[in-house]
Design a protein around this ligand. Structure first.
Ligand code: 6PG
Length: 251
């Protein structure tokens, strides 16, 4: 069964990363024009790294209204801030340390103490920021794991059923790591959600997410369906190599 998704396919990871930087800067400008601020949740993992590097350089660096930009994260690994596995560390090193964004507008997920407390505190921060009562991010960037996880929504974990909380702690047994994550319910309140997917190793799971039967408990990325927002897939040709042809000729 084919779900109708908006998928843009790029020749290679570099073209994909440039397109992601273009989209980020365009969404930032239109959000600030419309609402005076741009609230974005960054993704971790390796795929967005090059897009972050592009955003730290011209022309994109000049095009983003950093003074009105607020940076959040979709998920984080519960490791010290200087740990190479830290998503915040990666984004600081590739982007945030190189652009004129006020430091008080950078909101990392800190979970070096009780994870439950850390999740509750990050949600409290979001509820203050989104005073209207829904986590209406202007943009949420997501990746896709080979097992179908996105953010830190892993197959078979109880967080997948969460409907009330915006942020939850997760224990990922297979990697022996605790994580914090936005819940699917919170992600689906966004204006725009963008998946970045690159590489042949992601082709089988991308096909499962987009072309096969809905089974979100084993393929959590299928939980992402913005209630009144847009969902875009920016993928490279290798990742798209197993997708079925669609009416518009695109995979
Ligand atoms: C994380 C991410 C996670 C990531 C996928 C894909 O903290 O690990 O947020 O959801 O996006 O695991 O990771 P890669 O881009 O490295 O393949």
């Amino acid at each position: 069964m084919k779900n109708e998704h908006i998928i843009s396919v790029y020749d290679d990871p570099e073209a994909l990363s440039r397109a992601a930087a273009e989209l980020f800067s365009a969404e930032a400008r239109s959000a600030v024009q419309a609402r005076g601020r741009f609230a974005v949740a960054l993704s971790g993992g390796g795929t967005p790294r090059r897009a972050y590097e592009h955003l730290a350089q011209d022309p994109f660096r000049e095009l983003v209204p950093w003074q009105n930009t607020h940076i959040f994260w979709g998920d984080e690994r519960c490791v010290p801030g200087d740990d190479p596995r830290s998503n915040a560390r990666m984004a600081l090193q590739t982007l945030l340390d190189h652009v004129p964004i006020p430091s008080e507008q950078i909101h990392p997920m800190i979970c070096d103490r009780s994870r439950l407390k850390a999740a509750v505190e990050y949600e409290a921060l979001l509820r203050v920021f989104f005073a209207a009562g829904r986590p209406r991010f202007d943009l949420i960037l997501l990746g896709l794991g080979e097992n179908g996880h996105t953010a830190s929504l892993f197959p078979g974990t109880s967080v997948l059923e969460e409907q009330r909380r915006w942020v939850s702690e997760v224990h990922v047994a297979e990697e022996g790591l605790h994580r914090l994550t936005l819940t699917a319910a919170a992600i689906n309140q966004a204006e725009l959600v963008v998946f970045l997917v690159s590489g042949a190793d992601k082709a089988p799971i991308l096909r499962k997410v987009l072309d096969e039967a809905l089974d979100p408990h084993s393929i959590p990325a299928q939980l992402i369906k913005p209630v009144d927002g847009r969902l875009l897939w920016l993928v490279d040709r290798d990742a798209a190599s197993l997708l079925q042809q669609r009416k518009d000729g695109n995979p």
